[in-house]
Ligand binder design. Sequence first.
Ligand code: CO
Length: 329
Amino acid sequence: MGWTFPSLFIILISIVASIYQVKTLNLYNTSSTTTNSSLTNNTITNSPVHTNMSAPRAIRQAFLAIEKSEGMGARVRRSIGTPKLRNFSPFLMLDHFTVGKDAGFPDHPHRGQETITYLLSGGVDHEDFAGHKGTIGPGDLQFMTAGRGIMHAEMPHNNPDGSPNVGIQLWVDLPKKLKMCEPRYRDLRAQEIPIASADGGRATIKVISGKSHGIDSVKDLAYTPVWILDITLKPGGRINQILPIGWNAFAYTLEGTTTINKKKIPQYHNVEFVQEGDSVQASNESDEESRFLIIAGQPLDQQVVQYGPFVLSSTEDVYQAISGLPVAL
Ligand code: CO
């Protein structure tokens, strides 16, 4: 999605804060790397079936993604990339957007990250300066690697029934060595996504990327490994979802109320999990269906210096990105 100039200006102020936070991030990731390798060694030494490690991840925090205006005629619930949740490598931003027919995100730049757009309803046309064009519809995804830089537009459809265009956009950091790679796109159509069933049909899992209940759908869609699961639970349904050890993970509640680790989580909440543990337990104790995303990603042990849509490794790199911008921004 786009970043208006005022929001870019505000983020400039936060660069200093980001640099300060990098120290915290490095400490965090150093310890996670240690944990990860020791667990890996443990698995190799012992049994490939890691039953001794089956432990649900605790919730670090759960909070409402507050709805705000963004750009012209767009409303966005941002949860990652806010004061509530930063330095959550590899995730930089999570937006749940609702965009009307006359709104959109005309030409704007990105550099140094991957954006994953998951459309829930409506349609969004995409076009960039290199001549790439595409449209995604309900249930489709688009993976865009901004790499060394891309200028593009994301324009929502004018739906005949007047309904808005709703979706999720996740920004994932790129490994430092790939920051300046060639930009690329990949679309994933709704019909290409395998669906798993659990708990006697009371749990349905769209395995966009990752593994769930016998379906292995780990795809080479983004350079940084990410699992994305879209889960619907009927009343009374429950699920135990295994996640890669040492990865950062969160859930985002799209519809209804979901009980996660015995805590009732209403709609539009982000649930951040601690890194320890290997699974997430969720159930639906309500009378209506509940729907939520579980997303996990491999943390990157690197600096993050962000100025709006530029996510780079040093302040100098950010200045360079800004100075190379067309005046149109
Ligand atoms: Co964009």
